[in-house]
Design a protein around this ligand. Structure first.
Ligand code: G3P
Ligand code: CA
Length: 331
């Protein structure tokens, strides 16, 4: 009998709805983490996205130069089945697509997160068409200095950057997130298979580059656990979705990636949350730490990170890897 510790606890380990529905029995043993994580790993969330337009080779390269342990890349797929890095399937927030009259008729209404959205969608563009767009700063209040300069990178291009960095002596890992895999499955595209094939083709094992694979979708991770030895991270959203216990998640994943407020709101407090996950054998990689959006209760980014590191988390996702590294390494 699995522990039912979570039932009376608000903001426990809540996971997104599985595309297959329900809570399936585990299909494979848990994957092992790449390494013990002490001190905590610094994951450059969407690259050094606090400074550069997110999910561009320039943002990833800057993060690698800063010394980030991992670069995080959200993945979506083009009409011709190519994995590219974007946080969303829609393009208006992070590119200049609205300024391209040749694509005006691609603006359509589709459901996103359960609501209709009128926008341009990656799956309606070929890679060649997407490459004619330029990235823009997606966050209000951040510098637009680099807008309209950088292209949307393919996953293969990002993996090439990681492979070259490791071959050159700069150790860095890649931390891909499979976005909306059920949508692509519905379009006849095998996103998990494409991700694994791209990583293998890039030769990351050969150059010693570590990899974590992440998703909000338990069904996708369960399936992946039977197909790969790379460690898997179950992302936990701010609200909604299916509930699974840590023991259950540990049957297929190496760790959890909770929205950071889940830890804060946990009935026993953030330390109890981290300890509980660790006792189930799960690493804890909370998201997202932003120097320009510090959590309530903290005066500074440094203060928030110091408190978070003190919990014994194994990694953090941050838009500001340079600042996070300085805190972690006491510089
Ligand atoms: O993957 C960690 C974190 O990025 C999850 O949230 O929406 O920013 O991809 P999101
Ligand atoms: Ca992500």
């Amino acid at each position: 009998m699995r522990a039912s510790w979570w039932i009376p606890l608000i903001a426990g380990l809540v996971v997104a709805c599985s595309p297959t529905g329900g809570v399936a029995e585990p299909e494979a043993a848990a994957n092992e983490p790449m390494s013990a994580s002490n001190p905590p790993l610094i994951i450059a969330h969407r690259g050094a996205s606090g400074l550069y337009p997110e999910h561009t080779l320039e943002a990833y390269g800057a993060a690698i130069d800063m010394g980030a342990d991992f670069i995080e890349t959200d993945l979506v797929m083009t009409r011709d089945g190519v994995l590219v890095a974007r946080h969303d399937r829609y393009l208006s927030d992070s590119t200049d697509v609205a300024d391209h009259p040749e694509f005006a008729d691609r603006r359509v209404i589709k459901p996103v997160g359960g609501s209709p959205m009128e926008d341009w969608f990656v799956e309606d563009f070929t890679l060649a068409e997407l490459k004619s767009l330029r990235a823009r700063q997606a966050f209000t209040g951040r510098s637009a200095e680099y807008d309209d300069m950088f292209a949307i990178p393919t996953f293969t291009e990002i993996l090439g950057l990681v492979a070259i960095s490791n071959s050159s002596g700069q150790r860095v890992g890649v931390y891909p997130e499979l976005k909306s895999p059920e949508v692509y499955a519905g379009l006849g595209m095998d996103m998990p298979g494409a991700v694994l094939a791209a990583i293998e083709a890039a030769g990351l094992k050969e150059v010693g580059a570590p990899v974590y694979l992440q998703s909000f979708h338990p069904g996708t991770l369960r399936a992946l656990s039977g197909q790969t030895d790379w460690p898997l991270i179950q992302l936990l959203p701010a609200s909604g979705g299916e509930r699974l216990s840590p023991d259950e998640i540990a049957t297929y994943a190496a760790g959890i990636g909770p929205w950071k407020e889940i830890m804060v709101q946990f009935r026993g407090g953030p330390q109890a949350y981290v300890d509980l996950a660790h006792s189930a054998g799960l690493e804890v990689h909370p998201y997202t730490y932003r120097a320009d959006d510090v959590a309530p209760g903290f005066e500074t980014f440094e203060g928030e990170l110091t408190a978070t590191f003190g919990l014994g988390v194994d990694a953090i996702f941050t838009d500001h890897p340079g600042k996070a590294l300085a805190v972690r390494d006491g510089e």
